[in-house]
Write a protein that binds this ligand. Structure first.
Ligand SMILES: Nc1ncnc2c1ncn2[C@@H]1O[C@H](COP(=O)(O)OP(=O)(O)O)[C@@H](O)[C@H]1O
Ligand SMILES: [Mg+2]
Length: 310
């Protein structure tokens, strides 16, 4: 056995320890998921509520794919809030690597420690500088250590390089991380894991197999109206309906970037701020920049949108 582990047995208290029992489930039913997410301000479609329920029951990571702004990140935050859990977030980007995702050593502190202890042998110093005190845990390690409940959000997974998927797969298979100098940490309490992806590239089959898959698309009109009512309570019912209908019409157009739920909410807030009481052509033209982010989209929409026909 590793000598350093003998020396400091309390550093990784859960070393070589398998979880005894599955965690108590967070939710009692699909309706319970919907109701409690709603309390935090997240309105789940039946598909979302069902998959979250299953992910919790089966103890599987949830892979959420869909366009930007449909509430993928927000879902993970809402689950954390409901669970009274800490949200541990690994934001993926091109170039994210093990040292950013898993752990790294605090080199500056190690150097200071070595120069402070000049009389020591290298072996003595080495034992010390590869100990807990000099370890910088990153999200994946943080998420599997300790007994407090956690939600691990691996956000925008498709932005990471393919090699990182191997690492994710390893961690999500065993909920184990090995730090060669310290030993193996095994989660005693598995986090609820949410991976999100914009599908800018396909994630590997192996990673998909490990997860429960959920596609979140644009909400239907009824759900989107409920979201607007919840997020922008001051808006009149008539305007709420118009906003959702116009956004729906824009989504049906061939635009470079169609508006998402985030834009619907922004637009509703804008109309409230403008004190508009109906969506006439003037109001739409003046505020289209809130929902469309390309000039050619704005021109196309202004030409094609027929408010009377909606
Ligand atoms: N079902 C929903 N219920 C409540 N708010 C939502 C919902 N879907 C989207 N939103 C809102 O839309 C915005 C964008 O959500 P976000 O999670 O950042 O999108 P994504 O991660 O899919 O790009 C957030 O402000 C969020 O509150
Ligand atoms: Mg997001």
């Amino acid at each position: 056995m590793n000598k350093r582990l003998d020396r400091k047995p309390d550093l990784f208290p859960h070393t070589f320890h398998e979880p005894d029992q599955p965690e108590a489930p967070l939710f009692t039913s699909v309706d319970d998921v919907s109701a409690r997410l709603a309390e935090t301000g997240y309105l789940a479609s039946p598909a979302v509520a069902t998959t979250v329920f299953l992910a919790d029951r089966l103890g599987k990571p949830l892979l959420v794919e869909g366009p930007a702004g449909v509430g993928k990140t927000e879902l993970a935050k809402a689950v954390a809030e409901v669970a009274g859990a800490r949200l541990v977030r690994l934001q993926c980007y091109e170039g994210v690597d093990e040292s950013r995702a898993l752990y790294e050593w605090n080199h500056a502190k190690q150097l200071l420690r070595i120069s402070a202890g000049r009389d020591e042998t290298w072996d003595e110093a080495r034992t010390d500088i590869f100990s807990e005190e000099f370890l910088l845990p990153r999200p994946l390690l943080t998420a599997i250590r300790g007994d407090d409940p956690k939600v691990l959000l691996i956000d925008e997974t498709d932005k990471a390089d393919v090699e990182v998927e191997g690492l994710l797969l390893e961690v999500l298979s065993d909920f184990q991380v090995t730090v060669p100098e310290l030993g193996t940490v095994t989660a005693t309490r598995r986090p609820f894991v949410v991976l999100t992806s914009n599908a800018s590239r396909e994630l590997s089959e192996a990673l998909r197999r490990r997860c429960l898959f959920l596609h979140i698309g644009f909400p239907d009109e009824e759900l989107e109206r409920r979201i607007v009512r919840l997020k922008v309570p001051g808006l009149t019912e008539a305007l709420t309906e118009s906003v959702v209908r116009v956004v729906g019409a824009l989504r049906a157009m061939d635009l470079r970037k169609v508006p998402s739920v985030a834009e619907t909410i922004d637009w509703a807030r804008t109309l409230l701020a403008l004190g508009a009481d109906t969506l006439d052509e003037q109001v739409v033209r003046d505020s289209l920049g809130v929902i469309l982010k390309h000039q050619d989209d704005i021109q196309k929409a202004a030409a094609k949108l027929d408010l009377d026909a909606l």
